[in-house]
Ligand binder design. Structure first.
Ligand code: 13P
Ligand code: SF4
Length: 303
């Protein structure tokens, strides 16, 4: 089968199963192209909550599909590659969060959606890279616990200096590997380009950015900015969406291009098998789901 034939077969199978296909902005280009909706964590959560489809085939990593199941418990949620996890989400467990909270009685807990349902269930409010400063501000307190991403926490504290942020020391291995030297080399090669960086990057990298944005934030920024060229400081698959969102502009990735092996583990063939069988499915125990839902819904209400 050609690529086009496979994509057509997946679309037909999804229609016959009343399934919507969601894909994160870091998915392989051929997977993004077969999806009904491509977005960042916040946009994907909103779409999962609002869809009328009976099944959600989630091309992303486990915590994203789990968040969809938390929001849409009556729907079948399928993750084409069950081993597609997020190492940052695994850096804090529920028992670790319980022990951490005991050390800081009374402090609210803000948890990045890159976390397990069990951790979300122990959380006051979740956030994504698109809304983390607003979420922290919304609490109206002067101290919060923030898990699991220390780099996102550091960036939020620069945006919300009135709040002391106590950060869990987790990180994304893909973004942590990006160095200031890589960004400086790209800037030297493309001096007119604007630098867009994801807040999971280290502070020394973010200091070099013109704009710090979620993945979909970068798509919007590139389309609306007067700049003609952009250096893209995040996972390289976003280049596909950027070229589609602003085809008249030029985008440069880093050398070497940052790649998340977990996002890359979902192939078009696995999507095809998942849509045909509506397997493998993501499930969340009901007591955990209810507790996690409160934190996720609170986040969505904030924006
Ligand atoms: P976004 O929500 O910005 O798409 O980021 C998700 C993610 O996992 C980044 O590594
Ligand atoms: Fe997790 Fe990083 Fe991959 Fe995002 S890019 S899914 S944070 S490992």
């Amino acid at each position: 089968m050609t690529l086009e034939e496979t994509q057509k077969a997946i679309r037909a199978s999804a229609a016959s199963h009343d399934a919507v296909i969601l894909a994160h902005n870091y998915q392989r280009p051929e997977v993004q192209d077969v999806a009904d909706f491509v977005g960042d964590s916040l946009g994907l959560s909103r779409t999962a909550a609002d869809t009328d489809a009976q099944a959600i085939v989630f091309c992303g990593v486990h915590f994203m599909a789990e968040t969809a199941k938390i929001l849409a418990p009556g729907k079948t949620v399928v993750l084409p590659e069950m081993k597609a996890g997020c190492p940052m989400a695994d850096m804090i467990t529920a028992p670790q969060l319980v022990a951490w909270k005991e050390r800081y009685p009374g402090l609210p807990v803000v948890t990045y959606v890159n976390s397990s349902a069990e951790v979300k269930a122990l959380t006051d409010v979740c956030c994504t890279s698109a809304n983390a400063p607003q979420v922290v501000r919304s609490l109206g307190v002067d101290r919060v616990l923030f898990a699991p991403d220390r780099n996102l926490a550091h960036w939020v504290s620069s945006r919300v200096p009135e709040v002391e942020i106590i950060a869990w020391p987790g990180f994304c291995p893909t973004h942590e590997r990006i160095t200031p030297e890589q960004v400086l080399a790209a800037r030297a090669a493309h001096p007119d380009a604007a630098v867009m960086a994801h807040p999971e990057c280290r502070p020394s990298v973010l200091d070099l950015a013109d704009a710090v944005l979620s993945t979909s934030g970068m798509l919007r920024y590139a389309a609306s900015s007067p700049a003609r060229e952009f250096i893209v400081v995040t996972e390289e698959a976003l280049m596909h969406g950027l070229c589609r969102a602003a085809p008249e502009k030029t985008f440069w990735t880093l050398d070497p291009p940052p790649a998340c092996p977990n996002m890359k583990s979902t192939t078009l063939e696995k999507v095809r098998a998942a849509v045909d069988r509506l397997e493998p499915r993501v499930e969340v125990p009901e007591d955990v789901r209810r507790a996690a839902l409160a934190a996720v819904e609170r986040m969505i209400a904030i924006g």
